[in-house]
Write a new protein. Structure first.
Length: 534
């Protein structure tokens, strides 16, 4: 799931807005960036300027403070610029600042969801129209287009983007006197795969599974019988490498070795080199169970739960209101979901973040590390999945799940995004003024240069800004919900923002001393606002 979305389709602010503004600023530099190499010059200790300048007059500059502790004020082209520690300022015309990486000028909207049960006795507006029905996905080979190949095939080239699933199936004979059948011990199936998920079924029953980004190594104790035995391995991709050296050659799937070993350390059989039967995709994918109704759905009780490879279906009424809707997949394990035939993507609420490394504070300064600024340690990576309102009907909606590992679909619920949550936004002055906001579809000119503007808008069209809980122009501190005024603060801040915003769905306020007065000279000032919509 994505870095910039709190739910699939719902923006994660302020990350999304910060990246959007960065892209706009870089787009303004396009003519100079693609036409020439930069000239690098020092502006002081840990300070430098990269200037792209063409004979035709295009000019763009990037002013960097690579120091991790102290802000700096630099002189460039006869002007003075404030550079926060560990930041880059982008000047699309080599004069005016369009963007600084350390200044977050995008609104923060705390996300909260009200849960509504999907159970018939839940007493909510999102009740089931019928009970759950199900279809069991066949284990192993079930399609006419299966094929035989000696050895183990790489998955990406074999499936050719037709499916994320590939079955590897093998039949073998075990003689009654072999050590694999010794009483009191189990044979061990050893599997090595390039990822990302592997399920092992022995004689139609799940024996074990594993997952990993690039390498999976499994040793699974298994029970075999004298005579014919079937080994069915289901390999699943959940995403492909898209960076790093030779990422296109990384591959996926079960590449071996695959061996069968006696638990007592005796005989060992190489299975990788034997003749395997392959099936690309699932039977339920071929019959379109996610998008097309089928007469094969079974409605009888009890509903099989906590079993692998089962398709589930139910109907539901849309939650009332106009708030954004999500499905909370808590209770399920891993799979794919469709609403009215539209895929809302893979779900995997049992994918848990590591327990270590989270801190209450976060410092963006310094080079990136994988364990930097961690949050939500020990919690699921995602449980809520967005369902666009435009996909929903007032009633008679269909929800289909393909559950891979074995969850309980009756435990899932709806969540509707609570409105009336606070909106928070901090916008900084550029230095020097007047430019911090730019139009992205025209060249730089005096006509399209503007002072920085704080823009607030309620998320729902029927809401208006009902109160301003905090406003400070100067050097405000803290984060959304805990803002405080700094030593520099305009006494007119709150009254001016209240006058401009209360009673309207949206408002725009120029961030400048022209509007708020000069509370302190020689300081780059910001406007921080916390508002409430209702």
């Amino acid at each position: 799931m994505s870095l910039f979305y709190s739910l699939k389709g719902l923006l994660r602010q302020p990350k999304w807005g910060h990246l959007r503004d960065l892209h706009k600023a870089i787009k303004l530099c396009e003519d100079a960036l693609i036409a020439t190499d930069p000239t690098i010059s020092s502006l002081g200790s840990n300070l430098e300027a990269a200037v792209y300048k063409t004979a035709s007059g295009s000019c763009a500059a990037f002013l960097a403070n690579v120091g991790t502790k102290s802000d700096a004020t630099v002189s460039f082209n006869g002007e003075s610029y404030h550079l926060p520690a560990w930041s880059v300022s982008i000047l699309p015309d080599c004069k005016n600042v369009a963007f600084n990486t350390a200044k977050i000028n995008s609104a923060t909207e705390p996300t909260a969801f009200a849960r509504q049960s999907l159970k018939p006795d839940g007493g909510s507006s999102a009740e089931l129209g019928s009970e759950w029905s199900y279809i069991k996905e066949p284990i192993g080979i079930s399609k006419a287009d299966a094929f035989l190949k000696p050895g183990l095939l790489e998955q990406i080239n074999t499936t050719a983007d037709k499916s994320d699933y590939l079955w590897y199936s093998l039949r073998m004979d075990i003689k009654g006197d072999e050590t694999f059948l010794d009483e009191g011990s189990k044979a061990v199936l050893h599997i090595e795969s390039l990822g990302q998920v592997v399920y092992a079924f022995i004689n139609g029953k799940l024996a074990g599974s594993g997952h990993g980004k690039q390498k999976i190594s499994l040793d699974i104790p298994i029970n075999l019988v004298a005579g014919k035995n079937t080994v069915d391995l289901l390999s699943v991709t959940v995403g492909l490498a898209n960076y790093g050296a030779f990422f296109d050659l990384v591959g996926a799937g079960i590449t071996g070795p695959v061996t069968l070993k006696s638990a007592k350390g005796g005989s060992s059989i190489d299975l990788a080199s034997q003749q395997w039967t392959y099936q690309v995709g699932l039977k339920g994918e071929d019959t379109g169970l996610g998008a097309v109704d089928s007469s094969e759905w079974v409605s009888k009780s009890p509903l099989p739960t906590k079993q692998p490879l089962i398709w589930y279906k139910t109907t539901f009424d849309a939650p009332s209101g106009s708030e954004p809707v999500a499905i909370d997949f808590t209770g399920t394990v891993k799979g794919i979901a469709w609403v009215n035939g539209q895929s809302i993507g893979r779900y995997w609420p049992t994918s848990i973040a590591g327990n270590g490394g989270c801190t209450d504070s976060c410092d963006y300064r310094g080079s990136y590390r994988a364990n930097k600024c961690l949050k939500n340690c020990g919690k699921p990576s995602q449980t809520l999945y967005h369902v666009p309102r435009s996909w929903l009907k007032p009633s008679g909606n269909t929800l289909v799940l393909f559950e891979e590992m074995g969850g309980d679909p009756t435990q899932i619920s709806f969540g509707t995004k609570q409105t009336g949550s606070n909106l928070c936004l901090t916008v900084s002055q550029s230095h020097p003024p007047p430019v911090d906001t730019w139009t992205s579809d025209s060249k730089i000119s005096n006509r399209n240069r503007t002072r920085p503007v704080l823009s607030l808008q309620c998320p729902v069209s029927t809401q208006v800004i009902s109160s301003i809980k905090f406003a400070s122009f100067g050097t405000p501190k803290g984060t959304c919900g805990s803002f405080t005024s700094g030593s520099c603060n305009s006494s007119r801040s709150l009254s001016l923002v209240q006058k401009a915003c209360i009673g309207s769905r949206s408002c725009n306020i120029e961030v400048s001393t022209r509007v708020f007065g000069e509370p302190c000279r020689g300081v780059v000032k910001s406007l921080a606002v916390e508002a409430s919509c209702s």
